[in-house]
Each structure stands twice: as C-alpha cells, then as structure tokens.
Design a protein around this ligand. Structure first.
Ligand code: FAD
Length: 427
C-alpha cells in the first residue's frame, strides 16, 4: 500500500536545504524514491524503502536483468560453485512493490531532479539514491583496456558473468606447471581482501588439479588486509605455490602486453605468465563521475550522517562509488550504508532529523573450501569532522594459530552470511 506523505511534511523538511523545492511536492501523491544500480547497495535500498517506509513510491533502475555477486565468485573460479549459484533475480523486489526497470541510466539532472534512461524515458524523483558501483580505470596500467581484458581478464565487475567464466576457462585450460599472474592495485579499491582470497582459491584449485603450477602475485602495495592470516594459510595449505611480491620489491605492474602474456613492473622486470588476472585501479561508476559528483579522488564525497553527496543535496550515494574514508568497499557495508541512506531520505522527506547511522562490516575470506578467516569493524558518522570513524575497539580479525576447527566454522559462518545477505537484499 502506498501512503502519501502529507504536503505539509514535505514543505517543512528544513533539515535539508534541497527538500522543499516546489518540484518535489506532488500534492497528495506518494514521495518518489529513485534508486540507480541494483547491486548490494541499490537493491538493499529499494527493498528496505518498501519494507520500512511503505508510503514511498520506489523505482529501481538496473542495467542487467540478473545480478551476479562478486562475493563467492572466487569460489566459482576454484570450481567449487557454478555461476548459477551466485546469480540472483529481481522478482523478490517486484513482489515487495518496487518498480524495477532494466535500462541504463544515462544522465542525471539535479536541477530538474530527473534521470534519463537509455530507452528514452525520463524519471523524476524527490530523493535519489545512487549505488552504481565502480568502473575500471583503463590504461592506468599501460596496455590494459577492454580489449586486453578479453585476454587478461579482471573478473572484478561481475556484470553478466563473462569475465568470471573466461578466467575459469583459462585456469582449466592451463597445463600443469603453468604460471598464473595476478596484478593487484593500490588502495582504495573494491574489496580489499578480495585479491588474496582469489590467490588462495586459485591455489586450492591448482593444488588439486595442477600441483606443479605457480601463482605470481604482483602487488602495488606493501601490506594487505588479513595479511598474516593469509600468509600463514598459504604456507600451511599451499607450500611453495604462491609468490607474493610487494611494491617495494618491484611488485607494481605499470604495463601489460596481452599478445606476449607479459606483465611489466615499474623497474622493468618482465614476467611471462600463462594466465593473467589483471585487477586494475578503479573509480566510481561513470553515471556519478560524468555528473561531476566524484571529487579528485575519483570517489563521491558524502555527508556521513545522511550519505548525501556534498555537492548535490537530495542525492544519496552509497556502496563502492562513495568515498568511504577508513571503511572498506564491501558488499556488507554497501548494505549497511543503503539502510542508513533510506532512513535519512525518509526522515528528511517527513521533515524530521535523520537518525544517527552506524555502519557494520564483516568480511569473510575463503582460503580453501573448508577454511575461512574474517575481519570485522563498526564505524560511525562523526558530525564534527564530517567523516566516517571506526568505533575504537570495535573490530578485529580471526585469531592466528593452527586452529582448523575454527577455520572450518568460519567457512560455515561465511556460507550463512552469503545466504542471509542475499536473501535480505533479493528475497
Ligand atoms: C572477487 C570479489 C569478492 C568480493 N567478496 C566480498 C565479500 O565476501 N563480502 C563483501 O561484503 N563484499 C565483497 N566484495 C565487494 C562487493 O562485491 C562490493 O563491495 C559490492 O558489490 C558493492 O555494491 P554496490 O551496490 O556499490 O555495487 P554493485 O554491487 O557493483 O552494484 C552496482 C550495480 O549498478 C548497476 N549500474 C551501474 N551503472 C548503471 C547505470 N548507469 N544504469 C543502470 N545500472 C547501473 C550495475 O549493473 C550493478 O548491478 C567482493 C568483490 C569482489 C570483486
């Protein structure tokens, strides 16, 4: 059921300078929430808006008809799961009353409060939530562009699954004794522990099927998330298989040659590999960068209380596209941010103060099929510094040590996390 927001409430929404714009007030019509991007952030926002604020008229625009999750895609690479196991539809959102449109959002006009779609339709809104994810910065590594990705897949944006399927086929086709090269970017990027989970699960596959093979991980950083835990596990589970080279030790790749299958570092070392997984530097997706919402960092600065863009009040940005300060770019956080953005948008539409948000994150990483580790943190919005801050003492990682039962339990927790999170979003 759609309950109209009273006209008086819309007009008195003084907490946000933008809210009382006349175009917003649709007499006794429902307030319109438009969401762009139907992934972890956007689909959560649309679903929660209908669940918690049934007076909102909610439209979701997503360019793909099915959503394939990046979480658990490394298990597809390892051959433990199929793409179908990590593919989700939008029937659940439709059943909740979300109008789902499969089209590409092309242009956002903040003055007219409207978004133009590829199919020609223009959608007006009272509040907009953008969660379009990332774009890959092609040619930030010389020679790495869309064409190169057909030979050296990134598999870092799941989209229709083609990149994940390609990398999996290449791993299957590689002879025993081959070398898999990974190129890993500097911070910030989508899913800080993701590349190291990927190294682990490729090693899991190779150790079972091509045990003479090697993994060469070339990193643009000197340290990484859950490093000690990953490296302990690599030594224990895959001895001698993985070589990780830090930036200081000439791990930063600056050039690739897909024809010759060569990865070249900043000091000129040329590594010839059999399979190359190149994860390039990233920035916010084009719908927000084209609209000028992203700052010099390539990510969108927001007001941490409401997740509204600092330059376009009334436009909330969540998920990986947002500049998150100390928060990692994770699906769990995108889900948490989306709920906070919806609560803020609804409060502002009603002329109320937005609630104080808390952001929760747990990132599980599989290192083998029955072996997982995790890191957890809680963050809050600090009004004074206008930034996100980690709540002191709130976080931590799995303990180190030879504790196989704990690792097995964490793998079960990870499966439970994936099932409950995807049900929360798409169910
Ligand atoms: C290998 C890997 C493993 C990961 N594992 C985990 C994990 O275990 N746990 C975890 O919490 N996170 C994990 N992540 C991170 C997680 O996938 C992202 O943080 C999360 O997807 C971000 O959500 P989002 O809504 O910002 O973007 P996305 O989920 O990418 O959604 C963006 C959506 O917007 C759509 N879109 C973009 N532009 C437009 C447009 N113009 N018009 C219409 N639609 C558009 C896209 O098609 C896409 O569906 C992992 C990532 C990778 C790469």
């Amino acid at each position: 059921m759609t309950v109209p927001v009273p006209r008086r409430a819309l007009l008195s929404a003084s907490a946000s300078a933008s809210v009382a714009a006349p175009a917003l007030v649709r007499a006794q019509g429902a307030a319109r929430l438009l969401v762009i991007g139907g992934g972890f952030g956007g689909a959560t926002a649309a679903s929660y808006a209908r669940r918690e604020y049934p007076w909102l008229d909610v439209t979701l625009v997503e360019q793909q008809t099915r959503y394939i999750t990046c979480p658990y895609s490394n298990r597809v690479l390892a051959g433990d799961l199929a793409l179908a196991d990590i593919t989700h539809g939008y029937e659940g959102l439709r059943a909740r009353g979300v109008r789902v449109i499969h089209d590409r959002a092309l242009h956002h006009d903040p003055v007219a409060r409207s978004v133009r779609l590829g199919g020609g339709e223009a959608l007006s809104y009272d509040r907009l939530i953008l969660s379009p994810g990332i774009t890959l910065r092609h040619n930030a590594i010389e020679g790495y562009d869309e064409a190169a990705a057909e030979r050296m897949p990134h598999a870092w944006i799941a989209a229709d699954g083609a990149q994940i399927a390609l990398l999996r086929r290449q791993l299957e086709a590689m002879p025993d004794g081959g070398v898999v090269g990974l190129v890993i970017p500097a911070n910030p990027y989508r899913c800080p522990p993701g590349p190291y989970e990927r190294i682990s699960l490729i090693a899991s596959y190779l150790s079972r099927h091509k045990p003479r093979s090697k993994i060469l991980a070339l990193d643009a950083k000197d340290t990484f998330s859950k490093q000690a835990l990953f490296q302990d596990a690599w030594r224990a589970l895959y001895p001698g298989m993985i070589e990780w080279i830090s930036a200081t030790n000439d791990g930063r790749v600056v050039r690739v040659d897909p024809g010759a299958m060569v990865l070249e570092t900043e000091f000129g070392t040329r590594h010839r590999v059999d399979v190359a997984n190149v994860i390039p530097p990233q920035s916010a997706a084009s719908i927000v960068t084209d609209a000028g919402l992203a700052g010099r960092t390539g990510w969108v600065p927001v007001n941490p209380q409401t997740l509204e863009s600092r330059t376009e009040p009334g436009v909330h940005v969540v998920g990986d596209a947002m500049f998150p300060g100390p928060m990692p770019k994770s699906g769990f956080l995108a889900n948490s941010e989306a709920k906070a953005a919806v609560a803020a948008a609804a409060a502002l539409l009603r002329g109320e103060a937005p609630p104080e948000p808390i952001f929760v994150n747990t990132c599980y990483s599989h290192v083998g099929p029955d072996y997982a580790i995790s890191v957890a943190n809680i963050f809050r919005a600090d009004a004074e510094s206008r930034s996100f801050q980690e709540v002191p003492g709130s976080g931590g990682t799995s303990p180190r040590g030879n504790i196989p039962e704990q690792r097995r339990l964490e793998a079960l927790h990870a499966d439970g996390w994936y099932a409950s999170m995807t049900r929360d979003i798409f169910g």
